[in-house]
Structure formats: C-alpha cells, structure tokens
Design a binder for this molecule. Structure first.
Ligand SMILES: [Zn+2]
Length: 284
C-alpha cells in the first residue's frame, strides 16, 4: 500500500501501477489480479490514513495505526484533483516527453520517430510554432539523462536538496493548517446562515471570499506535491539503476521528473551524438 501511494504521488497512473504489480506477480489481498479501480479504491480509502468514514464522509480518527500520513493523503487527493482538471493523459511512449526545450527558440521538443531512429525535434508549423531548428537522437539522450538523474540521486548535492525539502515540509504543515482553518470557517458560516444569524447575501459574500482563499492555498499545496516525491528517491540511485530496465516507462518518467525540471538542447557542432548539447536544469 505504501508503494502504491508513493508511486501515485510521484505521478504514475493507477493503471500503470496495477499493470506493474501484476507483472511482478504480486496479488491483491483477495489473491486477485489488480485493476485500476482496486488501486483507486486503496488510494482514496480514508482507512489507510487512519481515518474512519461513514457514507463517504470522514467522521473521526480511527483507533488503528495509519499506513500513510494525513499529509500523504492530502497529496493523493491533490494529485487526483489535478488529474481530473487536466484530463487523462495519453499513454507515454517517450521518456522525456515535455521535459526538453529547444536551445534556439525555447519551445518544447516533440518526439518524432523516423524509420530507424527515435528523435526529439523542435517542430515548426501551425500546431507547434517552434523554429524547427533542433533535433537530437532520443535513445542516446534518454540514456544519458537517465544516468545523470540516477547519479544525481546519490551525490552530495542532494543533501542540499533534502534540506530544501525539509523547509518545504514545514511549509506544507503551515498550508495544511491554513486549509483546515478555512474549512472550519466555512462550516461555521453555513451554521450561522442556517441559524439565521446572517443574511443570504452576507453568507454568499463571505463564502466567496473563503473559497478564493481556499483555492489559493490548494494551488500552493499542489505545487509542493510534485517536489515531495523526491524525498524517497534520494540515496537510492544505485538500486533504481539496477531495476531501471525492468521499470515501466511511466515509473521511469516520474523518477526523472522528480529530479529534472527540464533540459535545453543546444545546436549540434559535430556530426555525432554529443552530450554537451544537453543542458539540464535540476529541480530545486
Ligand atoms: Zn526551436
């Protein structure tokens, strides 16, 4: 369950996690094969965060030990919310999709396979509006950047990242508290209105303001979420490297994503693959 939660927070889809668990021969608690609905059921269950629910509403803290923290539960809910708003992603086929930029125009590079070669290119034309001036071999770029990411997970620089991470965790606690306060104000407000202490107009005005503040807090929370995935990867570069080829593309992507913000590809100066063309910008 912990693995499912960690991987979901790191950006893998429920379907990819289900497929991977099946591929590894891990059965569900009922001994069945995994479905994305089973995964989602676990993720959204208040029970794993040590909460009791009644008819879908969380009513109290339970007496059993939680498997995940309340913070992690909030992260799961944030990811689920942002998946809802962005719509379902199409299956990924290129490891670095969305993470490479053109060194000439700054536009995103797109995957563009040729008969014998997978490539990332800056695409011109009405759909993409790039300059069309950059192209790089996909296999070699992926191999190079994945190695750099895994190496980085094990190097001393990451200590600094983790220090930043802890500052973020503190920030998370503050935001989560703000959120809880706003929500209880909202409840209070509704009680005041139903009791007739305030008019409908007063209720609506106050509610709109609270909702605006809630949205702001939620946006900050979900920005923090993506960085938190790093925490469990740091120091594990070697182990991840050993299992890298057996991982799903989505899992690989979420690991790279946690470490690499983006990489700019500058124009070629020699007629072969040249890793100095890759300029990574690391997360944090
Ligand atoms: Zn370009």
């Amino acid at each position: 369950m912990r693995e499912i939660v960690t991987r979901y927070i790191a950006g893998e889809s429920a379907r990819a996690i289900a497929e991977d668990l099946d591929a590894r021969g891990i059965p569900t608690s009922q001994g069945a094969t995994w479905r994305s609905t089973t995964i989602r059921g676990i993720l959204l269950s208040p029970r794993i965060a040590g909460l009791r629910s009644h008819r879908g509403e969380v009513v109290a803290k339970a007496v059993w030990d939680p498997i995940i923290t309340l913070e992690e539960r909030q992260q799961v809910l944030n990811v689920q919310e942002s998946n809802k708003t962005t719509g379902k992603r199409s299956p990924r086929s290129y490891l670095l999709s969305g993470m490479l930029r053109c060194g000439k125009c700054g536009g995103k590079l797109f995957s563009s396979p040729r008969v014998n070669e997978r490539r990332y290119v800056c695409q011109s034309g009405p759909d993409h509006r790039g300059c069309g001036g950059i192209m790089i071999n996909a296999d070699k770029t992926e191999e190079w950047l994945a190695a750099a990411v895994l190496y980085r997970l094990d190097t001393a620089d990451m200590e600094a990242v983790l220090t930043g991470q802890r500052a973020q965790d503190d920030r998370y606690t503050v935001l989560a508290e703000q959120r809880a306060q706003l929500q209880s104000k909202m409840t209070e407000l509704t009680v005041m209105w139903t009791d007739g202490d305030i008019s409908r107009v007063e209720w609506k005005t106050a509610r709109d303001r609270l909702e605006g503040q809630l949205t702001g807090v939620d946006q900050q929370l979900s920005r923090l979420t993506s960085a938190t995935a790093l925490d469990r990867l740091v120091g594990n570069g070697e182990a991840l490297r050993a299992g890298w080829d057996g991982m799903t593309l989505e899992r690989q992507h979420s690991i790279v994503r946690a470490v690499l913000d983006y990489a700019t590809i500058v124009p070629a100066t020699v007629n072969r693959f040249d890793p100095t063309r890759i300029h990574p910008v690391w997360v944090l």
